[in-house]
Design a protein. Structure first.
Ligand code: NAG
Ligand code: NAG
Ligand code: NAG
Ligand code: NAG
Ligand code: NAG
Ligand code: NAG
Ligand code: NAG
Ligand code: NAG
Ligand code: NAG
Ligand code: NAG
Ligand code: NAG
Ligand code: NAG
Length: 522
C-alpha cells in the first residue's frame, strides 16, 4: 500500500527508525504505532478524547472503550468509530445515534479532517453546534437531529461543500437559515424541522439542484415562499408547515412533478389551488394546505392524483361542491375538508360519498364546519371497512342514519353533532364494537336510547344531549366500563348514579331537564 506522505505524515527517517525498533526489539505493532505516531493520528485521537470529555453522561457506556490507557484498543476500534481503509489512522465515521449521550460537541471535532459521517441523532446533546465543523470539507452526512442544540446554525457549515445530508431537525436552534447553505450543491436532504428558526427562507436554497427533501416545518419562518424553490426539479418532499409564511404560493411550485409530498399547512398563505393540480403533481401522495387562507374551489383534477393518500384542505375558505370523482383516488386514506364553506346547504351535497366506495383504505373523513346539506347517502354503508373516524358535525345534514351503518366495523369515532338528523339511533350501532367516541348531540334524534349501546365496552365519550330522545337511560350503559366523560341525555333514572363502573366524571343531561350545563366540548 502506498502511503501518501501528505496524509500519513511519515517520512523516510521515521519509517527507518520504526523498522529498526521493530527489528531490534520485536516490539508489538501496537507499540510501534505508539512510537511512530504521526501528527494526524495523534490529532485524531486527541480530538476523539476531547469529544469524549464534552460528554457528561453516557448511560449505555458506549464511550467506555474510548481511552488511551488500554493499548489493546486502537482508537479505530472504539465503539462508533470507523477509520479510513487507505489512511488507517484517520477517522472517517463517528456514529453514536441514539446512545443517550448528554453533553456538548467539542470544537476539536473540527480537527478530524477525514470525517465523512458525523451521526449523533437522538441523544441529549446541547450547547452550540461548533463553527469548527466548517473545517470538515470531506463531511457528507451530518446528523444532529433530536437533541437540544441551541444558538444559531453555524455559518461555516456552508464550507462543507461535500455535504449530502444535513439533518438538524428537532433542536432549539434560533436565528435565520444561513444563505450560504445554497452553496452546498450536493445536498439531497436538508432537514431543519422543529426548531425556532426565524427570518425568511433564503432564495439561495433554489440553487440546491440535487435536493430531494427540503424540510423546514415547525419553525418561525416568515415572508413569502421564494419562487426559486421551483428550480428544485428533483424535490420529492417539501415541508414548510407550521411557520408564518404569507403571500401566494408561487404557481411554478405546483409544477414540481417529482413531488411526492407537499405540506404548507398552518401558515398565512392565500390564493387558490390550481385547477390542473392533478396533472402537474402526478406523484403526490400527501397534499396539505390546511389552516391557511386558500380560496376558490376544490379542483376536480385531484382525482387524477392516483397515488394520493392524504388530502388535507381543512380550515381555509374553499367554496363549492366536493368533486364527485374524488373516489377515483383509490389510495386515499385521509380526506379532511373541514372548516371551509363547502356545500350548498341543499340535497345532493353528499352524493360524492357514492364515489368513495372503492376507496378501501379510507381511514378518516372530516367534513365538519361546512355548509353541507342533504342526507347521508346510504352508500356509506357499503364503504370503507377501514374507516376509523367520520366527522360530520356542524353542517345541515338531515334525515336518518342510513341502514347498514353497522358495516363500518372499524369506526372508533363517529361525530354527527350539530346537524339536523332525525329518526332513531339505530340499534345496529351496537355492532360497532370499536367505538370510543359517539357524539350525536344537537340533532333531532327521537325514540329511546337502545339498550344495546351498553355493549360498546370501549366507549369513553357518549354525547346525546339536545335531542328529542325519550324513555329511560338503559342501565346496560353501566357495562360501558370505560365510559367516563359523558355528555348524555335522556330521562335519567336516579340509580344510574349508583352504577360503580361509571366514574365520578359522568355528566348526564336531559333533553327537557338539563341536569348539568352542557359545555359542548368533546
Ligand atoms: C482492555 O480492553 C479489553 C477489551 O475490552 C479488556 O478485556 C481489558 O480488560 C482492558 N484492559 C484494561 C487495563 O482496561
Ligand atoms: C484542534 O482543535 C482545537 C480547537 O478547535 C485547537 O485548539 C487545536 O489547536 C487543534 N489542533 C490540534 C492538533 O489538536
Ligand atoms: C425525538 O424528539 C421528539 C420531540 O422532540 C420526541 O417526541 C421523540 O421521542 C424523539 N425521538 C427519539 C427517538 O428520541
Ligand atoms: C469560519 O469561517 C471563516 C471563513 O468563512 C473563518 O475565517 C473562521 O475561522 C471560521 N471559524 C471557525 C471557528 O472555524
Ligand atoms: C432526520 O433525522 C431524524 C432523526 O433521526 C429522522 O427521524 C428524520 O427522518 C430525518 N430526516 C430526513 C429527511 O431523513
Ligand atoms: C459533489 O458530488 C459529485 C459527484 O458525486 C462530486 O464529483 C463532487 O466532488 C461533489 N462535491 C462538490 C462540491 O460538488
Ligand atoms: C422562538 O424565537 C422567538 C424570537 O424569534 C421568541 O420570541 C420565542 O420565545 C422563541 N420560542 C421558543 C419556544 O423558544
Ligand atoms: C445562488 O442563488 C442566488 C440567489 O438565487 C443567485 O444569485 C446565485 O447566482 C446562485 N449561485 C449559484 C452558484 O448558482
Ligand atoms: C382571508 O381571505 C379573505 C378573502 O380573501 C380575507 O377577507 C381575509 O381577511 C383573509 N384572512 C386572513 C387571516 O388573512
Ligand atoms: C384524469 O382523470 C379523468 C377522470 O377523472 C380521466 O378521464 C382523464 O383521462 C385523466 N387524465 C389523465 C391525464 O390522467
Ligand atoms: C368500483 O369498482 C367497481 C369494480 O372495479 C366498478 O365496477 C365500479 O364502477 C366502481 N365504482 C365507483 C363508484 O367507482
Ligand atoms: C348486547 O346488549 C343486549 C342488551 O343489553 C344484550 O341482550 C346482548 O346479549 C348484548 N350482545 C352482545 C353481543 O354482547
Amino acid at each position: 500500500m502506498k502511503l501518501s506522505p501528505q496524509h500519513s505524515g511519515l517520512n523516510f527517517s521515521t519509517i527507518l527508525s520504526c523498522s529498526l525498533i521493530f527489528i531490534i526489539s520485536f516490539i508489538s505493532i501496537i507499540v510501534m504505532d505508539v512510537n511512530c505516531t504521526d501528527d494526524n493520528k495523534s490529532t485524531d485521537q486527541f480530538a476523539l478524547l476531547a469529544f469524549k470529555k464534552g460528554i457528561t453522561e453516557d448511560p449505555l457506556g458506549v464511550l467506555s472503550t474510548w481511552n488511551n490507557n488500554n493499548n489493546s484498543f486502537h482508537f479505530c476500534e472504539w465503539r462508533g468509530v470507523t477509520c479510513s481503509l487507505r489512511h488507517r489512522s484517520r477517522v472517517t465515521v463517528i456514529d453514536l445515534d441514539s446512545q443517550g449521550l448528554v453533553g456538548s460537541i467539542s470544537p476539536y471535532i473540527g480537527n478530524l479532517s477525514f470525517l465523512k459521517d458525523l451521526i449523533l441523532n437522538k441523544n441529549s446533546l446541547s450547547g452550540e453546534i461548533p463553527q469548527q465543523l466548517g473545517h470538515l470539507f470531506r463531511l457528507k452526512r451530518l446528523g444532529l437531529a433530536n437533541n437540544s442544540f441551541e444558538g444559531q446554525i453555524p455559518h461555516n457549515i456552508s464550507r462543507c461543500s461535500n455535504l449530502i445530508h444535513l439533518n438538524i431537525s428537532r433542536n432549539h436552534l434560533v436565528g435565520s437559515i444561513p444563505n450560504g447553505l445554497g452553496y452546498l450543491s450536493n445536498l439531497t436532504i436538508l432537514d431543519l424541522k422543529d426548531n425556532n428558526l426565524s427570518g425568511e427562507i433564503p432564495t439561495s436554497l433554489g440553487n440546491l439542484s440535487s435536493l430531494t427533501h427540503l424540510i423546514l416545518g415547525v419553525n418561525n419562518l416568515e415572508g413569502i415562499i421564494p419562487g426559486s424553490l421551483s428550480q428544485l426539479t428533483t424535490l420529492k418532499v417539501l415541508d414548510l408547515a407550521m411557520n408564518k409564511l404569507s403571500g401566494m404560493v408561487p404557481s411554478s411550485l405546483y409544477n414540481l412533478s417529482s413531488l411526492t409530498g407537499l405540506s404548507l399547512m398552518f401558515n398565512q398563505l392565500h390564493g387558490s389551488i390550481p385547477f390542473d393540480i392533478g396533472f402537474t403533481l402526478p406523484n403526490t401522495n400527501h397534499f396539505s394546505v390546511a389552516i391557511n387562507n386558500f380560496t376558490g374551489t376544490i379542483p376536480s383534477s385531484f382525482s387524477n392524483l392516483t397515488k394520493l393518500e392524504i388530502l388535507q384542505l381543512q380550515n381555509n375558505n374553499l367554496v363549492g361542491s366536493v368533486p364527485y370523482n374524488l373516489g377515483d383516488i383509490k389510495s386515499l386514506k385521509i380526506l379532511n375538508l373541514g372548516g371551509n364553506d363547502l356545500g350548498s346547504g341543499h340535497a345532493n351535497d353528499l352524493n360524492f360519498f357514492d364515489s368513495l366506495i372503492n376507496c378501501t383504505n379510507l381511514n378518516l373523513i372530516s367534513l365538519v364546519e361546512n355548509n353541507f346539506g342533504g342526507t347521508l347517502p346510504s352508500s356509506i354503508a357499503n364503504l370503507m371497512i377501514k374507516l376509523g373516524a367520520l366527522y360530520l358535525s356542524n353542517n345541515q345534514i338531515y334525515g336518518g342514519i342510513p341502514a347498514g351503518i353497522q358495516n363500518l366495523v372499524g369506526l372508533t369515532t363517529f361525530i354527527l353533532a350539530h346537524n339536523l338528523f332525525t329518526g332513531s339511533i339505530p340499534p345496529g350501532i351496537e355492532e360497532l364494537q370499536n367505538l370510543v367516541k359517539l357524539d350525536f348531540r344537537h340533532n333531532r334524534f327521537s325514540g329511546s336510547i337502545p339498550s344495546s349501546l351498553g355493549n360498546l365496552t370501549r366507549m369513553t365519550h357518549l354525547h346525546l344531549m339536545y335531542n328529542e330522545l325519550t324513555g329511560l337511560i338503559p342501565s346496560s350503559l353501566g357495562y360501558c366500563k370505560s365510559l367516563q366523560t359523558n355528555r348524555l341525555s335522556g330521562n335519567i333514572p336516579k340509580q344510574i348514579f349508583e352504577l360503580p363502573s361509571l366514574s365520578r366524571f359522568l355528566n348526564l343531561a336531559n333533553n327537557s331537564i338539563n341536569w348539568f350545563t352542557p359545555n359542548g366540548s368533546l
